[in-house]
Design a protein around this ligand. Structure first.
Ligand code: PMV
Length: 353
């Protein structure tokens, strides 16, 4: 009889930081130079679906493999290996304590992962990807691990992935232990605490980003003097104001910190030598559009933020949907098709505003 195939599937949503992670103090363990905070977006539009299987069946299960959006992907990289190793070690500990458990920790792993959005286009694909990978394997192994414990593992795949193990408003505390055992995520507030928060994603370009976040961070840490100011003063202040704004459901400070922190992160990128530019002319036009929307409203109703790519994420409250999405819809000439109030809508690639 063929050997049994064990299988578990899960999905993980993307998160978009409002206080950005940018800089590693330990590149092997993915330990950050600063804490960060993000909003986990609705699963409906942006998520990774991952199935993890393992079996002793040979040759079907000959070695570990990973299929990412239908393409075979390298599993020998240090990040994937770190996640596999950590998860197998935890399963092996369960198996050592209970001899009736199947020896899944010794079997090859097959991972199939699909994103429903462009990979590596500055849309946090690695965050959803590694969060889903870690949770799928943890479910397969029936590990009794909390989301914070899993965040320690996901962090080693991609830093920002540790925040996608929680919904709502999530902080990744940088920690200070050299082994990284205190560098993990926790939930600042669940989505129900401030449910009228919305995000609009303007997909300026679905192309892969030019400078990966890992090399961008490395270059920033090595060559930007502005970066020192950011990690010592700017981010700690932004974290404190942001956590209070979320607790108080106060959109004006939430929005101001979101925009200032995005500006600060991109300024450190421009301050590297040679400089790194993630935003383009369309990104800058989106910033101007947000400023105009806020000026016309006479209060802050929209906040922009940009990750390591040109695509804009605009946060706003549901009551201001017409004002914010309506204005972008108008400016962009009707290219937002069928937007939904609590969801993220990808604009088709557009060349100018
Ligand atoms: O998780 P990484 O290594 O891809 O880094 C992500 C960095 C930013 O998206 C730019 C900021 C963040 O906090 O998500």
């Amino acid at each position: 009889m063929a050997d049994k195939v064990y299988r578990a599937s899960t999905t993980a949503p993307v998160n978009i930081a409002v206080v950005k992670y940018w800089g590693k103090r330990d590149a092997t363990l993915n330990l950050p130079t600063n804490s960060s905070l993000s909003v986990t977006l609705a699963q409906s539009d942006l998520r990774t679906l991952t199935t993890a299987s393992c079996s002793a069946s040979y040759p079907t299960f000959e070695g570990d493999w990973l299929l990412l959006n239908g393409e075979p992907s390298d599993v020998s990289g240090a990040r994937v290996q770190a996640c596999f190793r950590e998860l197998r070690a935890r399963r092996a500990a369960l198996e050592a304590a209970d001899s009736s458990l199947a020896k899944l920790s010794t079997m090859p792993l097959h991972i199939v992962s699909e994103n429903n959005f462009p990979t590596a286009a500055g849309l946090a694909s690695s965050a959803a990807g590694f969060a889903a990978l870690v949770r799928a394997i943890a479910d397969l192994y029936e590990l009794p691990a909390s989301p914070s414990e899993l965040s320690l593992i996901a962090r080693q795949g991609s830093g920002s992935a540790c925040r996608s193990l929680f919904g709502g408003y999530v902080a990744w505390r940088m920690g200070d232990k050299p082994d990284g055992s205190d560098s993990m995520a926790d939930q600042v507030a669940d989505a129900a605490h401030w449910p009228d928060m919305c995000a609009l994603i303007l997909v300026v370009s679905a192309a892969k980003k030019g400078v990966s976040s890992t090399s961008g961070m490395q270059q920033t840490v090595a060559t930007s003097s502005l970066f020192q100011e950011r990690i010592a003063r700017v981010v700690p202040q932004n974290m404190a104001v942001m956590e209070k704004a979320i607790r108080d459901r106060d959109f004006a400070p939430f929005a101001e910190v979101t925009m200032r922190d995005s500006n600060s992160f991109h300024a450190t990128c421009a301050d590297t030598y040679p400089p790194i530019f993630y935003m383009n002319d369309v990104s800058r036009a989106a910033i101007r559009a947000v400023e105009q929307i806020n000026a016309a409203a006479g209060r802050t109703v929209a906040a922009y933020t940009f990750d390591a790519g040109p695509n804009a994420v605009i946060y706003y409250l549901e009551k201001d949907t017409e004002r914010v999405v309506g204005t972008f819809y108008h400016v962009l000439g009707g290219e937002i098709d069928g937007w939904k109030k609590d969801a993220i809508k990808g604009l088709k690639p557009t060349t100018s505003l």
